[in-house]
Ligand binder design. Structure first.
Ligand SMILES: C[C@H](O)[C@@H](O)[C@@H](O)[C@H](O)C(=O)O
Ligand SMILES: [Mg+2]
Length: 456
């Protein structure tokens, strides 16, 4: 087990910051329901007695980040004073303690703000572990023995699909050829698709220009936001189809805009444009609704993709079991950190559903590349898979993702690629960062009122 020596690894501090970027000013990240997102995160730094640090984050869209920050603060008690080596020696037990405290679980359990907060903390602990082992996270995972990896997962509620023993066996069965796949990843990385061409707030002119830009960069898969008006969707999707041609792939994303029947009717109208998938057609909680949409759209060759707001492994389990998702979009910061995400990958493999991670928001591309690379090395190598890519906020990270010829290159530095530059925090910490103060002064954004200053 790569459990480090305990010496110096007592956790002595956990710091959390509300960091926001003014992306709404230019419509970046906008969709049918999130019309003015300011890409943000609750940014967690965990420090050990010997001065090591782990960085973790959970993505948000602006307002509300302060609530996640408060939730993280109230979870500090489960981590402070613990030795990181003891956490890694029984990570599943620690995970259960963090997410299922007898009093706090009432505000979850394992969902919503409570789970976003847990994700921020857990991501920082995984970053710390990978740094201690001096490996990028994907290699830490890929190098673990099956028993070690599986020991980090809480299997409660999913043993009807996969037990701990089955998970160990699955990983053992997939071991042959792992070194060759790691070499392949190191040389060629993993392909990605872009969402950057089709944010809802972009003009037609910009969409066209961006399609040309990303075609030149070698992209073959393009995602466009839909769901506000069918006339607009037909116009924009036609425009994109024309720009990318018939050989490239179009995906559409409604971000939960429709009821079930409306989703089916709407997508039948968009079907002649041959989208590969409709993403989040309806409520992220409506498992059977997604299954009905999947069934109705199958004859049109359209799959259903979802997962960026899927609350936990139990919801994923039902989506995977019911035929409600043909593309499983794990998100690195919504469910309970790497521990729970590993369980979703293992269930997806068992039930033969392709995982195409959700990314884009602050730090999400940085994190999911590690997860998908581990998946290819250790779990699912029938296809190399795809990862979402959005060209935003990477410049704020010490170890930003690197995309070349529409492929994520394998991260090399130790950790989970989650550390941000101190200057970024100084500028974009909300509301007192220097950039926010400037924008308030210049009237670009209103100053937050007292209610919003709850955690300052
Ligand atoms: C508000 C966000 O930008 C979403 O629109 C985004 O996560 C999107 O659904 C995506 O799939 O990338
Ligand atoms: Mg989406």
């Amino acid at each position: 087990m790569p459990v480090p020596d305990r010496k110096g690894l007592k956790i002595v501090a956990i710091d959390v910051k509300d960091v926001r970027f003014p992306t709404s000013l230019e419509g970046h990240g906008s969709d049918a329901l999130h019309t003015d997102p300011n890409y943000s995160c609750a940014y967690v730094t965990t420090r050990t007695e010997d001065g090591r640090q782990g960085f973790g984050l959970t993505f948000t869209c602006g307002r509300g980040t302060e609530v996640v920050v408060l939730a993280i603060r109230s979870m500090k008690r489960f981590v402070l004073g613990k030795n990181a080596a003891d956490i890694y020696a029984d990570f599943a037990g620690f995970w259960r303690a963090l997410t299922n405290d007898s009093q706090m679980r009432w505000i979850g359990p394992e969902k919503g703000v409570a789970h976003l907060a847990a994700a921020g903390i857990l991501n920082s602990l995984w970053d710390l572990w990978a740094r201690i082992e001096n490996k990028p996270l994907w290699r830490l995972l890929a190098d673990m023995e099956p028993e070690e990896l599986v020991s980090t997962i809480d299997f409660r509620y999913i043993t009807d699909v996969i037990t701990k023993d089955e998970a160990v066996q699955l990983l053992k069965d997939k071991r042959a050829g792992k070194e060759a796949r790691i070499k392949q990843l190191t040389e060629n990385g993993i392909a990605c698709y872009t969402t950057q061409v089709g944010w809802m707030g972009y003009s037609d002119k910009m969409v066209k220009e961006l399609c040309n830009k990303y075609l030149k960069l070698g992209f073959t898969h393009f995602k466009v936001k839909v769901g506000t008006s069918i006339e607009d969707d037909l116009r924009r999707c036609n425009l994109v189809r024309e720009a990318i041609g018939d050989k490239n792939t179009l995906m559409v994303d409604a971000n939960q805009a429709w009821s079930v029947n409306e989703a089916i009717d709407w997508m039948i109208k968009l079907a002649p444009l041959k989208p590969m998938w409709i993403e989040e057609p309806t409520s992220p909680d409506d498992v059977l609704g997604h299954a009905a949409i999947s069934k109705a759209l199958k004859p049109y060759g359209i799959g259903v993709a979802t997962g960026e707001m899927c609350a936990n492994r139990v919801m994923f389990k039902q989506f995977l079991q019911s035929g409600g998702m043909q593309y499983c979009q794990i998100d690195s910061a919504r469910i309970g950190g790497v521990n729970e995400i590993l369980s979703v990958y293992l269930m997806a493999e068992k039930l033969k559903v392709e995982v195409v991670p959700h990314a884009g928001g602050v730090g999400l591309c940085e994190m999911v590349q590690h997860l998908q690379m581990w998946n290819y090395a250790s779990v699912c190598y029938d296809t190399m898979g795809l990862i979402e890519y959005v060209d935003q906020q990477h410049e704020h990270f010490f170890d930003p993702c690197v995309v070349k010829n529409a492929r994520y290159m394998a991260p090399k530095k130790p950790g989970y690629s989650t550390e941000m530059f101190p200057e970024t925090i100084e500028k974009f910490k909300y509301p007192d960062g220097s950039e926010w103060q400037r924008m308030f002064k210049e009237g670009i954004f209103p100053s937050p009122d007292e209610a919003e200053l709850v955690n300052s």
